[in-house]
Design a binder for this molecule. Structure first.
Ligand code: MSP
Length: 644
């Protein structure tokens, strides 16, 4: 077979926050693409990772009173465990704090400096802390950041610059002559519009006095490298640039950089010019997808409407989550995530259409064919029609793969499934069984099962777990559960007849939506609902626990809250901060007995007003029956220390 090398990347994610649906989406998209290419027999390399330097990360670590590297080490586990849970098959996980990456960045910087591609100059500009970007006066929109609209601060300092501006003409020309370089095409036009204005040089350093968390410039120890310059290089350091020539030769240039639309300019302008200066070829395609919105507004941490992938996975399973993200978003455009749309699609596509066809085929085969997929007899127009629907689905999937339109490929596969259900109704195998028309019955059972077999191969990259289960139900075992190739669907005859089927316990149990009652419980999978044991403890993941910020605090003052017998108002020292909390511990502790105790508080609880007194946090205490004891620290420890 004519195999190709296929190299796909995701952006490397900032470790200033926990992963959300936007991160999960790009990573699943890359995973599906990588799995499809493997299934086509291509040699495939899939790189993802984390972007660990820069101001955002430095600030996030400071807010947690942590050393930046320790903060990164902790945050990175959240990404890695989510990817594991989501069945992500990346070949390498790059961290920009890894030594090999830092070495490559420094070598590149030195080389560009030696060749005059980087120079030092005084710079006056505007800086947006949120975006970590410098802007010139003319870039600003009404004096604010052109990207996010926030306030910017004026900055004058000496810095190092990369001669990006001189590549402007060349880049315009390149984009115009390589229609697949930036996709969708309207994003290429957006980049051209940006380039036609003017292109300045790129400030690639930050004085250590302002930011120390970065890679030190090899030619000036007073500066660190600008985080984007460092981060973009991951795409080549991750495949051996300047370290493993054979590896680099094999994978570079990348086939796809998958990115979100908000990081288009850094990828379509900074990165190509950097590569040009390094004399390296450009990636074949930079593909910018749209945003996940919720209720048609942008998801953001500050709006508190970000979807936590972990919550959805817990409730609906990994494969249903992967399926929804891939089926619902037409890459390039924005898509909307709501619980209602998720449940509607799950129930109609997976529980009804796919689940139903499988369960009908299995039950009829077990009941009427000794549980073995029969050999078909003569095919009629009905079989030919279903087979051609399946053939169309294979073609659609292959085309949509080439154009990165998985939603269309998935829709094609679902069409074939719906055609399978129509076929069952039309041919009515249950009547054939009653009438004893064995040959015709065998043909129908085989044809419907074979449609399922083929769809299981088409949808395997999207739902590897569930499609393996489906294949197992059809009688496949071992490697056959996962190594079927789409290309073989066209070239190899079916190997289904004669396999022993087994019933599944409902591949996709319906999600029952309960009428909104007083307590409006969240919808749960019907099957889980019936069998869910009553647990004394509700298990949570480490990610859930990590949401709770526990800190040590010293009680510096305490008094009763007037008019409330049980409440004490406590003044706390938490590191450099001061806090007031109200707590119902008056029955157990006299105010004066508390002074000087180092206790543990939940520091990130929403502020509340209790009996007109503001409370910022909650203290931890243990209680049995009538007894209550504060959780205190054993020995001397600074206040504001992280507890976990
Ligand atoms: N660290 C940089 C990328 C460096 S790549 C050399 C970065 N990190 S990020 O964590 O902030 O964002 C990573 C990706 O998540 C971006 O592609 C961004 O578009 C994507 N998303 C963040 N929120 C999103 C949605 N709500 N929907 C879809 N994707 C979004 O930028």
């Amino acid at each position: 077979m004519n195999t190709k090398n296929f190299y796909v990347t995701t952006p490397i994610y900032y470790v200033n926050d926990k992963p959300h649906i936007g991160h999960a989406y790009t990573t699943i998209l890359a995973d599906v693409l990588a799995r499809y290419h493997r299934s086509l027999g291509d040699q495939t390399f899939f790189l993802t990772g984390t972007d660990e330097h820069g101001q955002k990360v430095e600030k996030a670590a400071a807010a947690r009173h942590m050393d930046p590297k320790a903060h990164c080490d902790e945050m990175v586990l959240r990404f890695q465990s989510l990817w594991q849970r989501l069945g992500i098959t990346n070949d390498r996980y790059i961290r920009t704090t890894d030594d090999y990456h830092k070495t490559v960045v420094r070598k590149i910087l030195q080389d560009l400096f030696d060749r005059g591609e980087i120079y030092k100059a005084e710079y006056t500009g505007w800086y947006c802390v949120g975006d970590e970007r410098f802007f010139t006066e003319k870039d600003l929109v009404e004096g604010k950041c052109p990207e996010c609209g926030r306030e910017v601060s004026a900055i004058v300092e000496s810095n190092y610059f990369f001669r990006m501006g001189k590549y402007r003409e060349w880049l315009i020309d390149y984009i115009e002559n390589h229609p697949d370089f930036i996709l969708p095409a309207f994003r290429a036009n957006e980049t051209l519009g940006f380039l036609r204005k003017e292109l300045g040089d790129l400030c690639i350093s930050r004085p250590k006095s302002r930011l120390s968390w970065g890679i030190e410039l090899p030619f000036d120890p007073d500066y660190v490298c600008y985080v984007w310059f460092d981060a973009l290089i991951n795409y080549i350091s991750g495949v051996g640039y300047l370290q493993d020539d054979a590896m680099f030769e094999k994978w570079w240039p990348a086939s796809y950089h998958l990115i979100g639309k908000d990081i288009l300019t850094t990828h379509s302008v900074y990165w190509p010019t950097m590569l040009k200066a390094m004399n390296l070829p450009l990636p074949k395609t930079i593909f910018a997808h749209g945003w996940w919105l919720t209720g048609n507004t942008k998801m953001s941490k500050s709006l508190g409407n970000a979807v936590n992938p972990m919550d959805m996975i817990e409730r609906c399973g990994v494969d249903a989550f992967r399926y929804f993200l891939m089926a619902e978003m037409s890459p390039g455009n924005d898509a909307n995530f709501t619980e209602e749309s998720f449940i509607a699609r799950y129930n109609s596509d997976l529980a009804n259409d796919l689940g139903n066809l499988l369960s009908r085929v299995l039950k009829m085969t077990l009941r009427n064919a000794n549980g073995v997929v029969p050999t078909p007899g003569t095919l009629t127009d009905d079989e030919n029609e279903l087979n051609s629907e399946v053939a169309a689905a294979i073609e659609t999937m292959q085309n949509s793969l080439a154009a990165l339109k998985f939603d269309q490929g998935i829709a094609g596969a679902m069409n074939a499934i719906r055609a399978g259900n129509r076929y069952m109704e039309k041919t009515a195998p249950w009547t054939l069984a009653k009438k004893g028309e064995v040959e015709r019955l065998n043909t129908v059972l085989y044809t419907a099962a074979d449609a399922l077999r083929q769809v299981s191969v088409l949808l395997y990259p999207v739902m590897p777990g569930k499609m393996s289960e489906l294949r197992k139900a059809l009688g496949y075992t071992g490697d056959e559960l996962s190594n079927a190739k789409i290309s073989d669907l066209v070239t190899c005859p079916s190997d289904l007849a004669g396999r022993k089927v087994q019933d599944t316990d409902g591949l996709f149990p319906r999600i029952e939506v309960e009428a909104k009652e007083k307590t409006a419980p969240s919808p749960k999978l019907a099957k889980e609902k019936k069998s869910a044991p009553v647990n004394v403890y509700t298990p949570i993941g480490i990610e859930d626990f990590a949401k709770i910020q526990l800190l040590t605090a010293k009680i510096v003052a305490a008094e009763r809250v007037i008019g409330a017998d049980k409440l004490l108002k406590l003044q706390l020292e938490v590191g450099a901060q001061h806090r007031q909390i109200v707590s119902g511990i008056a029955p157990w502790y006299a105010p004066e007995s508390l002074i000087g105790k180092t206790i543990v508080i939940v520091a990130n609880l929403k502020p509340a007003v209790i009996r007109n007194v503001e409370s910022n946090g909650m203290l931890l205490a243990a209680k049995t029956g009538e007894e209550l004891k504060l959780i205190t620290v054993d020995g001397e420890l600074a206040t504001g220390a992280h507890v976990g």
